[in-house]
Design a protein around this ligand. Structure first.
Ligand code: C5P
Length: 275
């Protein structure tokens, strides 16, 4: 009997990201406040003998259809860890811009783990999925959870964040410049500006990757300035290693007004809410 199922892959935003030190393994110890948006990719699955992936949607071209797609790597890792040979015909609707600081690939991999856990009837608890996810990428465990949380270590050590931000209106703006993550980390000035104290006011925190990302993609500075001058935001910040910047608003009318003010710049915009 064939069946079909679908799973949302919410976009990830970093409401704050503090870099602490470069590690011997080339990764960086950091602290971050992860949040997730109702906007995101969508992954669906149908019964099939082998594993396959078709990528559709606005950013399908940039995402790549290949065997190295993180969705297929996640599917293969889960099947191997569960000791099953079941197949899955996966279709990804790629709406999240690629190399954009929105964790698109990580969100897709995490959605694949949740979806196939259900589709294959594995009934793994979330903690077992997040443990497997850490091997797929630093942000994948947080994306498995897809709720506001505090990340440390490489980003894979997760704890609760005390504020409930669910429903908060958010505007995402990307100047349509792809920014590769590795070079932004490499461009960090290696100055430890201090930790994130859990529960700290978001406005008192930072994204320590901003200067290094702006050096690679100066348009990020234009986006941040435009979001500030549009007014009404309770927080304006670059997400991850950029180039997407986010602004949070107290209500949807304020978000709408800011989106209208930025609408003529030719940038990519998404109006959404935090989960
Ligand atoms: O884990 P992931 O493959 O998503 O990371 C992409 C790249 O980002 C890594 O190869 C590394 O250069 C950098 N990175 C880092 N420190 C982290 C997370 C990512 O240096 N905590």
């Amino acid at each position: 009997m064939s069946h079909f199922d679908t799973e949302a892959a919410p976009a990830k935003v970093n409401l704050a990201l503090h870099l602490r030190r470069r590690r011997a393994d080339g990764y960086h110890d950091l602290e971050t406040v992860f949040a997730f948006t109702a906007f995101g990719d969508s992954l669906s699955v149908a019964t099939a003998p082998g594993l396959s992936l078709v990528v559709e949607g606005a950013f399908a071209g940039a995402a790549g259809q290949g065997d190295d797609n993180l969705v297929l790597r996640a599917a293969r890792a889960l099947a191997a860890a569960a000791g099953i040979g079941d197949g899955a015909a996966l279709t990804l609707d790629k709406r999240i811009p690629v190399a954009a600081g929105l964790g698109g690939g990580s969100a897709d991999a995490a959605a694949a783990l949740r979806l196939l856990n259900r589709f294959w009837g594995l009934r793994w608890p979330e903690a077992r999925l997040t443990a497997l996810a850490a091997d797929l990428g630093a942000d994948v465990p947080a994306c498995v959870v897809s709720r506001t949380c505090f990340g440390s270590g490489r980003g894979e050590v997760l704890a609760a964040w005390p504020d409930d931000l669910g429903g908060m209106p958010i505007l995402l703006v990307n100047p349509l410049v792809a920014v590769p993550t590795g070079p932004v980390f490499a461009g960090w000035d290696r100055i430890d500006r201090g930790p994130i104290e859990p529960g700290a006011a978001l406005n008192s925190l930072r994204n320590d990757m901003t200067a290094a990302a702006m050096a690679l993609a100066p348009a990020i500075g234009d986006v941040l300035a435009a979001l500030e001058s549009a007014g009404g935001a309770t927080l304006v910040r670059m997400s991850g290693s950029g180039a997407t910047c986010l602004a949070m608003y107290a209500d949807k009318a304020a978000r709408r007004a800011a989106a209208a003010a930025l609408g003529r710049r030719g940038w990519w915009l998404a109006e959404s809410e935090l989960l």
